[in-house]
Design a protein around this ligand. Structure first.
Ligand SMILES: [Zn+2]
Length: 324
């Protein structure tokens, strides 16, 4: 006899992750591959279908064993209609009925969710005991962009237009750096992994010196890991940009605490691999700027699931939809 299982899909512009996840949260089998964006949505959807089928074969499951499929995707999305409205990192993805396409294929309940929300729900699921609603939680995923999600009383917060908790696009600098979303000064432009690297490169091109100067002048690409390594080694420019990102994140945490008052704010995504070099600096800045009217503040923690938060969270949403 095979236990029933849910499928989690974490669809990104670069990477596609799919996993067979049990009710307990255990990942029975998973795959990670490059997203095939070469010919638009149809090709990518066929890739998802084919990878799910191969995962089912490897775990001796049939399509009929699935209790559901959960998909985390770049947004914005229309949750009621299960459509991806516009995924900027997925060429050609405009108004794609992804939920129904997968439902028609597998004939099981399918849930579509914003990728930041799915990751937040994954962290929530990992921390709760499954029997009752866990603590309210907010999450920031610090990667190519800055995704986010909020779980209140065991449910993801969606808002009237399905775009709640888009903290990456809260404005932190009036008339600041241009964001791909059309606004200026978004948090994503100062405190995502890509932004940290991009800002260091821009400063070097403007004449600042850094141990990364030679790489930049040689045309090598710089990522946030390189910035962190140089900052740890005492490079003044990298340390300044990293500290500024931590300050903006502390400000975001304070604003989140005033808006939603969660028990915990989780930092995930690529930047969180810096560990205490991120967490301690955010906490220090938060302590410098927090209000003094109340002592109870959210715990700021690093992601428990790391880069699997999105795929596990997507599967958790399928389990939740199934009433488990
Ligand atoms: Zn923006």
């Amino acid at each position: 006899m095979t236990l029933s299982a849910a499928i989690g899909v974490d669809l990104g512009g670069t990477n596609l992750k799919i996993a067979v996840v049990e009710r307990t949260g255990r990942v029975r089998e998973g795959i990670a591959c490059e997203t095939d964006t070469s010919q638009g949505p149809d090709r990518t959807i066929r890739q998802i279908v084919s990878e799910i089928d191969s995962l089912l074969a490897r775990t001796s499951l049939k399509r009929s064993d699935l209790i559901g499929i959960g998909v985390g995707t770049p947004g914005p999305i229309n949750i009621k209609e299960g459509r991806v409205i516009h995924a900027a990192n997925l060429p050609g993805w405009r108004d794609v009925p992804l939920r129904d396409r997968l439902h028609d294929e597998f004939r099981c309940p399918t849930t579509l969710e914003n990728d930041g929300n799915a990751a937040a729900f994954g962290e929530y699921w990992a921390l709760s005991d499954g029997a009752s609603a866990g603590d309210d939680l907010a999450m920031l995923t610090l990667g190519t962009g800055l995704g986010a999600g909020v779980v209140l009383a065991g449910r993801l917060l969606h808002g009237h237009f399905d775009n709640a908790a888009e903290f990456g696009h809260t404005i932190v600098v009036v008339n600041g750096l241009q964001c791909a979303c059309g606004q200026r000064g978004c948090l994503e432009q100062y405190a995502s992994a890509s932004a940290v690297a991009r800002r260091v490169v821009a400063e070097i091109k403007d004449g600042e010196t850094s141990e990364l100067s030679r790489d930049v002048k040689a045309g090598k690409s710089i990522d946030s890991e390189a910035v962190v390594a140089s900052a740890r080694a005492g490079d003044a420019l990298c340390l300044r940009i990293w500290d500024e990102a931590c300050l903006y994140l502390a400000v975001a945490c304070i604003n989140i605490q005033h808006a939603y008052n969660p028990a915990r704010i989780v930092l995930g995504g690529g930047m969180s691999s810096a560990g205490s070099f991120l967490l301690d600096r955010v906490q220090t800045r938060l302590d410098e700027h927090k209000w003094s009217l109340h002592d109870d503040l959210p715990a700021i923690t690093l992601s428990a699931l790391g880069s699997d938060a999105g795929v596990i969270g997507a599967a958790a949403l399928a389990w939740q939809a199934a009433g488990s």
